[in-house]
Design a protein around this ligand. Structure first.
Ligand code: HEC
Length: 171
C-alpha cells in the first residue's frame, strides 16, 4: 500500500516537472513567441556598454550563421534570427580586472521576414525581461522604439553587429 502511494507521488511530481518545463513565456505584445532554443545558437559577436555597465552576446540561428559566414548580411536573408543576450557586467571574483557576465538582464530578437514585417525593415522585434522572461512593451507599438533606434544602421539592414572574426568558423 505504502509503496503504491510512493509510486503515485513520484509519478505526480514527474508530471509536474514536465508541465513546468512546457510552460513557455508569454508572447511579446506584437504576437512574437520567444524562440525557445536560442540558448543553443552560435556566437555572432559580443559587446559591452560602458554607459549602463552591461555585457552582451549576439547569437544567430542556423540561417543567420550561414548568412554571416557567407557574407550575406546586407540584406540578411529571410529566416535569419539574431538574439542579443544582456547581462550586468561584474568584476571577476578571482581576478578583479576581468569582467564577466553577472545577473541576466534581458534577451531580445530581430527576426527577418520581409513579407511579415515590411513596416520595420523586414525585421520582427521582440524583447523579454529578467529571469521570469516578462514580455517587454505595453502594446504592439513598442517596436517603433526599437526600429527608430536602429535607424543609424539603416544602410546595413538595420543591424549594428558585425560578425566577429572567428578562425576556422563553419568548418
Ligand atoms: C537606444 C537605442 C536602441 C533601442 C531603443 C533598441 N536598440 Fe537594439 N541595439 C542598439 C545598439 C546600439 C545595438 C548594438 C550594440 C549592442 O547593444 O550590443 C543593438 C543591437 C540589437 C540586436 C543585435 C543585432 C544588431 O542590430 O546589432 C538586437 C537583436 C536588438 N538590438 C533588438 C532590439 C529590440 C527588440 C529592441 C526593442 C525592444 C531594440 N533593439 C531597441 C540600440 C537600440
Amino acid at each position: 500500500m505504502k509503496r503504491s502511494i510512493l509510486i503515485a507521488a513520484v509519478l505526480l511530481a514527474g508530471g509536474g516537472l514536465l508541465m513546468a518545463k512546457k510552460t513557455s513565456p508569454a508572447p511579446a505584445p506584437n504576437g512574437i513567441e520567444l524562440p525557445a532554443d536560442f540558448a543553443d545558437w552560435r556566437l555572432v559577436s559580443a559587446s559591452m556598454r560602458a554607459d549602463n555597465d552591461t555585457m552582451r552576446a549576439v547569437l544567430g540561428n542556423k540561417a543567420a550563421m550561414r548568412a554571416a559566414r557567407e557574407g550575406r548580411v546586407n540584406p540578411w536573408p529571410d529566416g535569419a534570427v539574431l538574439a542579443k543576450v544582456v547581462w550586468r557586467r561584474v568584476d571577476m571574483e578571482e581576478w578583479s580586472t576581468a569582467s564577466v557576465p553577472g545577473a541576466f538582464v534581458q534577451v531580445e530578437f530581430m527576426i527577418k521576414n520581409s513579407r511579415k514585417y515590411p513596416e520595420t525593415g523586414g525585421w520582427g522585434f521582440a524583447r523579454w525581461l529578467g529571469n521570469e522572461l516578462k514580455p517587454y512593451g505595453q502594446d504592439a507599438g513598442f517596436v517603433k522604439e526599437c526600429f527608430s533606434c536602429h535607424q543609424p544602421v539603416k544602410d546595413r539592414d538595420y543591424v549594428f553587429t558585425r560578425p566577429a572574426a572567428m578562425p576556422l568558423a563553419g568548418r
